[in-house]
Design a protein around this ligand. Structure first.
Ligand code: ADP
Length: 386
């Protein structure tokens, strides 16, 4: 390992995270071979070759492995057990399947994080809930396949708990304390084949209704909190022996305590700002890590940035060309449009990144944060119907 020469990178999943790997793949000279179910998926247009199949189809991944040198993930909703024989036969997954094993189920992930000594919210299973000291509100989470708040329920009463559990029809869930966080933070971190770990600036995310609306980089946090989160990231990636990039979502409590909420074993929405605002984007970093190259710099190339998601707000087949052009008319707006054809409320259709340039370096962090917030509001006022 490490000595292998990579030309073709296989990617399981063909959504926007795979689509955004295209620029870096081209610069580094890699071809992307993608496993994704539908012709209309964003990354189909940028792939050298596509295996059209569901993400969890391990037979399709066997086909994928025959036409690439290494396989990485943009989606972790895989059938891990079915993939194991491929790894045994020598197919190179980065991160390896062993790394993913404790992460794909939210309860197991929490248990793992706790076991390696990371701070997490108090959590348990529904079965053992009654014997524990848990009070309302609490949060019920479906253990597998949750994303963008799908499968996350904030529960206020025992009647609500019973009704929600019942409506889930036996799907496995976990329960955790509701954290009255002051802010939500997130960070991207990568680890190379040689064990080098790099950590990006910590960002502040805003996720009302459990879907990320925007992220501000860097977050307005103390150097101590930044250092603590860097340590958490380094410890996690090193303990797991990750080769690749991870997103880590965290809560900052009013008392200044950092709690790890969730790990994404891949690139992440909270790292989209890196495409325009960092020396090495999260997508290039992922490719560098999985291809066995030295990692790049995680430094910001500007004073700060805000990334605003363009979320669907209706059911439609529109391409919103007029709105996108309106956004693009503002020269400092970097518009990224994923080309999805099926729009529904809350679906991530694109994003806009705006950078604060060095000339604004005199700004205090508070004013800088305020400016970035105002830019986020400006983007949203153009995008969403009033
Ligand atoms: P998903 O996998 O769907 O992204 P998350 O666990 O990240 O699910 O939860 C989505 C959002 O729900 C979080 O970003 C946060 O805003 C809210 N949330 C999740 N867990 C808690 C909690 N324990 N306390 C308070 N809010 C929470």
């Amino acid at each position: 390992m490490g000595q292998m020469t990579v030309k073709r990178v296989g990617v399981i999943g063909g959504g926007q995270l795979a689509w955004m790997m295209a620029g870096a793949a081209q610069r580094l000279g890699f071809d992307l071979v993608i496993q994704t179910p539908q012709k209309g998926d964003p990354a189909v247009s940028i792939a050298t070759e596509v295996i059209f199949a569901p993400i969890e189809d391990a037979a399709a991944t066997a086909q994928l492995s025959a036409c690439c040198d290494v396989i990485t993930f943009e989606n972790e909703f895989i059938d891990l057990e079915a993939l194991k024989p491929l790894e045994t036969k020598g197919v190179c997954f980065r991160p390896s399947l062993g790394v993913l094993t404790p992460l794909l189920d939210k309860y197991q992930q929490r248990s793992y994080l706790q076991q390696i000594g990371l701070p997490v919210p108090k959590f348990t299973t529904l079965e053992t809930l009654s014997s524990l000291d848990f009070s309302f509100p609490m949060v019920l989470k479906v253990r597998r396949h949750g994303y963008d708040g799908q499968g996350t329920f904030i529960i206020q009463t025992s009647q609500e708990l019973e009704a929600t559990a019942k409506s889930l029809n036996g799907v496995e869930v976990m329960v955790e304390e509701f954290v009255p966080f002051e802010r939500e933070l997130a960070v991207m971190a990568a680890r190379s084949v040689t064990g080098e770990v790099v950590v990006y600036p910590v960002v502040e995310t805003y996720q009302p209704d459990q879907v990320c609306r925007w992220a501000i980089a860097p977050g307005d946090i103390s150097t101590e909190i930044q250092a603590e989160i860097e340590q958490i990231a380094t410890h996690l990636l090193t303990q797991l022996g990750v080769v690749g990039i991870f997103g880590i979502e965290l809560f900052l409590t009013p008392q200044g305590q950092v709690l790890v909420n969730e790990i994404a074993p891949r690139t992440h929405n909270s790292g989209h700002y890196t495409l325009d605002a960092c020396e090495t984007s999260q997508f290039e970093m992922q490719l560098r890590a999985v291809a066995g190259l030295p990692l790049g710099s995680t430094q910001l190339n500007c004073l700060g940035a805000v990334m605003v998601n363009l979320l669907g707000y209706e059911y439609s087949q529109q391409d919103y060309l007029e709105k996108r052009q309106k956004l693009s008319e503002i020269p400092s707006f970097h518009v990224h449009w994923y080309g999805k054809t099926d729009v529904r409320p809350g679906r991530k259709l694109g994003h806009v990144t705006v950078l604060l340039e060095e000339t604004e370096a005199i700004l205090s962090p508070k004013i800088r944060q305020q400016q970035l917030l105002e830019i986020a509001q400006q983007v949203e006022s153009i995008w969403y119907p009033s």
